[in-house]
Design a protein around this ligand. Structure first.
Ligand SMILES: C[S@@+](CC[C@H](N)C(=O)[O-])C[C@H]1O[C@@H](n2cnc3c(N)ncnc32)[C@H](O)[C@@H]1O
Length: 400
């Protein structure tokens, strides 16, 4: 079976969000469902099924009913051919939402899949224009994937086992925008991996994706505080919690505002670690994205400038705010400011030379931020080893 939308041109794949799920993730999904006491009373539905990758679940669960749908008629046709046991529809999953649209009754429903997404926070600057189809008012969102999350709640799914950008969980604005979903579902399992696991994704646009199992939770769903404390595991066997880090953004302004200071120092808008990789830090010309630096907080901005230069942040940190160590920061602030200023004579004028040991000290501080406390008994998620051993060499991306 094919994991790539072969009938589409590259720009159509991007526009339609048609990155199909590799089989190895479906195997992990099967393991998770087995551990959830999943049984044949569930109907399994993928409302944006592409070629039907998730219907491979049938080899583990042969007695369930399988329902699929895709707005792309060719994809729906291929899915029908690949998986004749599944009932495949060809319509927008976001219009006229209700169980009747897929001939579903009151049975238990497990939604699976990998909905299309156009995560503007992860892909800023890329010429992405996701195809829009008729969408019910109740599920409208800036991001197509978030509309899909809301549609699963509208279908009253009992289990939701999907792949989506990690930013939906960890970026407060996204989390709030998907409240209609997260208010009703608890997060049972998660596995974080790079967007490079999909065929033909661009090297520069790498961002973290999470495969997550959610279960309906009538007593109340997921809170942002729970997300902050959730122990995320990665495909490579690493683990992290948002709450393990301090964030510079909690101490400065990230976005432009009316405040003006003397001297005028400008910094480019700070979205997240991925945006920092692509954008300037200190800038000389005022522009729409210019943030006025409060001189009393200059050291924090200098830290961000040096984090961009020296930190080797892992892909899963791509949608984080810039992390730092709050407690020890004041001990390094003067060196950080001096080093960053010396790198920007166009902003700060000529600066005295920086001794190499100062630079080494600052680099050691920045890199120490990325070290996380070791978890007791930490081990990879179930099924991870069968996908990729932590020692495996990085995959070559055919598109780069
Ligand atoms: C990321 S692909 C995933 C396909 C499949 N679920 C998988 O995991 O391999 C997303 C699919 O969503 C489909 N799609 C986009 N908008 C849709 C809509 N409004 N309704 C139904 N399907 C849609 C695209 O055609 C594409 O096949």
């Amino acid at each position: 079976m094919i994991d790539k939308a072969e009938h589409l041109e590259k720009n159509q794949i991007v526009n339609g969000g048609s990155f199909y799920t590799p089989a190895r993730f479906v195997e992990v999904a099967a393991q998770w469902l087995k551990e959830e006491r999943f049984d044949s009373s569930y109907t399994v539905a993928d409302t944006s099924c592409g070629y039907g990758a998730f219907f491979r679940l049938r080899s583990h669960f042969p007695k369930n009913r399988y329902v699929g749908n895709d707005v792309d008629p060719v994809a729906a046709r291929v899915a029908r051919k690949n998986y004749p046991f599944a009932e495949i529809f060809n319509k927008s999953a976001l219009s006229g939402i209700g169980r009747a649209m897929f001939r579903l009754g009151t049975e238990k429903l497990c939604v699976v899949g990998n909905p299309p997404y156009n995560d503007v926070t992860s892909q800023i600057g890329r010429p992405i224009k996701t195809a829009r189809h008729k969408t019910d008012e109740a599920v409208r969102s800036r991001d197509l994937g978030i509309s899909f999350l809301k549609s699963y709640a509208a279908l009253a799914a009992d289990l939701v086992l999907i792949l989506h950008p990690l930013s939906y969980l960890i970026k407060k604005a996204n989390f709030t925008s998907a409240k209609r979903f997260f208010d009703r579902y608890a997060l049972r399992r998660s596995l974080v991996f790079s967007s490079h696991e999909f065929a033909d994704t661009s090297r520069s646009g790498e961002f973290p994706i999470v495969m997550a199992l959610y279960a309906a939770s009538p007593g109340g769903g997921l809170t942002y505080e729970e997300v902050r404390n959730h122990p995320f595991r990665t495909l490579e066997g690493e683990s992290f919690r948002l709450a393990d880090f301090d964030y510079v953004a909690d101490h400065i302004r990230k976005y432009p505002c009316r405040a003006r200071y003397t001297p005028e120092i400008l910094f480019y808008t700070l979205r997240d670690v991925n945006a920092l990789r692509r954008c300037h830090t200190f800038i000389t010309e005022r522009c729409a994205g210019a943030v006025d630096v409060d001189p009393a907080k200059l050291a924090y901005y200098c830290y961000i400038d040096l984090f961009k230069e020296y930190a080797r942040a892992p892909y899963w940190m791509g949608n984080f705010d810039v992390p730092f160590r709050r407690k020890s920061f004041s001990r390094y602030a003067a060196d950080i400011t001096a080093l960053s200023k010396s790198r920007h004579p166009e902003v700060f004028g000529a600066q005295p030379p920086i001794p190499p040991e100062t630079e080494r000290r600052v680099i050691a501080y920045i890199r120490s931020v990325l070290k996380r406390p070791k978890e007791k008994n930490a081990r990879p998620c179930h099924g991870v080893r069968s996908i990729s051993a932590p020692t495996s060499p990085p995959k070559k991306n055919p598109s780069t």
